[in-house]
Design a protein around this ligand. Structure first.
Ligand SMILES: Cc1cc2nc3c(=O)[nH]c(=O)nc-3n(C[C@H](O)[C@H](O)[C@H](O)COP(=O)(O)OP(=O)(O)OC[C@H]3O[C@@H](n4cnc5c(N)ncnc54)[C@H](O)[C@@H]3O)c2cc1C
Length: 402
């Protein structure tokens, strides 16, 4: 019997296992694959990686990054955006685990679980047998069967991402653009270009979906972009996956904590998912330690985890403070197409996102800019929004104007 079982060895799981094992908690970490293998491509802010002492895992520094926020603001980042070597990052996190306190089992897949209410334990059934602990930290990502079994995934939307490594490209690092709405496509696809070296880059797509689109459909959208941009098509090494976005949903139950993508802690609460997964994993590890030491694994006790990470988002995740001006460079046709794309998104999710990401003054200034420069957008948001949200939008607009 273990104190804590961590299921899934992505960034969140490895961080939880690292912290718990260092604090002497008997931990088991199971991973359905091999550690270090991931189908994801990561980019992020150098300053944030430095905070986690992970800045030596970067592949490339992009000196200039420009992307368009879903409400129309153009975000410019100078000198801080980097592309990460995902394998290196995962192996570095693995090294932080104290092997004396943490058992690590690879190729071990969590299949189902049973809670023993009387003994306050949880048994995990895997392809390698059954393991029991007092607490389960679920970090199995967007396909989490734990999240599904509690019906958490029903409210969620996904950012469906696909990308390829393209070689033989001349990439001007200084002008690398992470994501752009290049042109209208039937599936409202966003495109991202992330340099890997001077002659190679990740080029990929992002779609906000309730149900994943068939991979062939996305591939076709990517092909159009490749043709339009006249990119030499020597692609290899596909990256693919879904990032859950939208509602902040419950991340604690009796004997269970959910962290990272399995708790939908990525957009719009932070900037993508890697850093939120690592930061929230540290909070989860602290709560797990308290829970084991105080012999309290009931949900009333574990609720503090949710409270802490939500609080942290509000104060620390003000990444969008770099929102500095609206994109005034689009012509009328581009703007119209852009508005069509934005208006297709569900407005309450955006409002929630803005509320969590920006400080009051920033919200005020963003709304002011939108009202002045994009009245049509406000009109479209209003026509799409529920009555409750309509009132919020109006109040915020008035608040920004006075
Ligand atoms: C194509 C793509 C590009 C992305 N780009 C960025 C980016 O540029 N920047 C950024 O910050 N974020 C990016 N993200 C999002 C980021 O990858 C995730 O938010 C982050 O990986 C979440 O970490 P996690 O540990 O919660 O989950 P994951 O990284 O998904 O890790 C889950 C782990 O659990 C394992 N697992 C799954 N099921 C089971 C099971 N049943 N039993 C045992 N183990 C299991 C998996 O094999 C995996 O190792 C991208 C995602 C994708 C798909």
């Amino acid at each position: 019997m273990y104190d804590v079982i961590v299921a899934g060895a992505g960034p969140a799981g490895l961080t939880v296992a690292g912290k718990l094992s260092k604090r002497g908690i008997r931990t088991l970490l199971i991973e359905k694959d091999r550690i270090g293998k991931t189908e994801k491509a990561w980019g992020g802010f150098l300053s944030q990686l430095k905070e986690e002492s992970l800045d030596d895992t970067i592949l490339n520094l992009t000196t200039h990054l420009k992307y368009t926020h879903y409400l129309g603001a153009e975000i410019v980042v100078n000198g801080d955006f980097v592309t990460i070597d995902s394998k290196k990052l995962l192996l570095k996190l693995k090294k932080r685990i104290n092997k004396k306190k943490c058992t690590l089992i690879e190729n071990c897949e969590l299949i189902s679980f049973n809670r023993d209410k009387k003994n306050k334990t949880i048994a995990l059934n895997t392809n390698k047998g059954q393991y029991t602990s007092r607490l389960l930290v679920d970090t199995t990502g967007y396909k989490s069967m734990i999240a599904k079994s509690y019906g958490l995934n029903k409210k969620i939307k996904y950012l469906q991402c696909m990308g390829y490594e393209f070689h033989g490209q001349e990439i001007n690092e200084k002008e690398a653009i992470l994501s752009e709405i290049a042109f209208p496509t039937p599936h409202k696809t966003w495109f991202w270009v992330e340099p890997l070296s001077k002659t190679s880059a990740w080029i990929g797509t992002m779609n906000i979906v309730e149900k994943p689109l068939p991979k062939e459909v996305i591939e076709e959208e990517l092909n159009k972009f490749i043709r339009l941009k006249d990119i030499k098509d020597r692609r290899k090494n596909r990256k693919y996956g879904l990032i859950p976005i939208g509602e902040t949903y419950r991340s604690y139950f009796d004997n269970i904590l959910l962290v990272g993508d399995s708790a939908a802690q990525a957009l719009p609460h932070g900037f993508f998912g890697l850093i939120p997964a690592i930061r929230n994993a540290k909070i989860a590890a602290k709560v797990a330690e308290e829970s084991i030491n105080q012999k309290r694994t009931d949900e009333r006790f574990l609720k503090r985890y949710q409270k802490r990470w939500v609080k942290k988002i509000k104060t620390n995740y003000a990444i969008l403070s770099i929102v500095n001006k609206l994109n005034t460079l689009m012509n009328d046709i581009e703007l119209n197409e852009y508005l069509k794309t934005v208006s297709g998104f569900k407005s309450d999710i955006h409002l929630k996102g803005i509320k969590l990401e920006l400080t009051k003054n920033q919200i005020r200034s963003l709304f002011l800019q939108i009202i002045i420069k994009r009245p049509l957008l406000i009109f479209r948001l209003l026509s799409k929004a529920k009555t409750r949200d309509k009132i919020k939008i109006i109040i915020k607009s008035i608040g920004a104007l006075i």
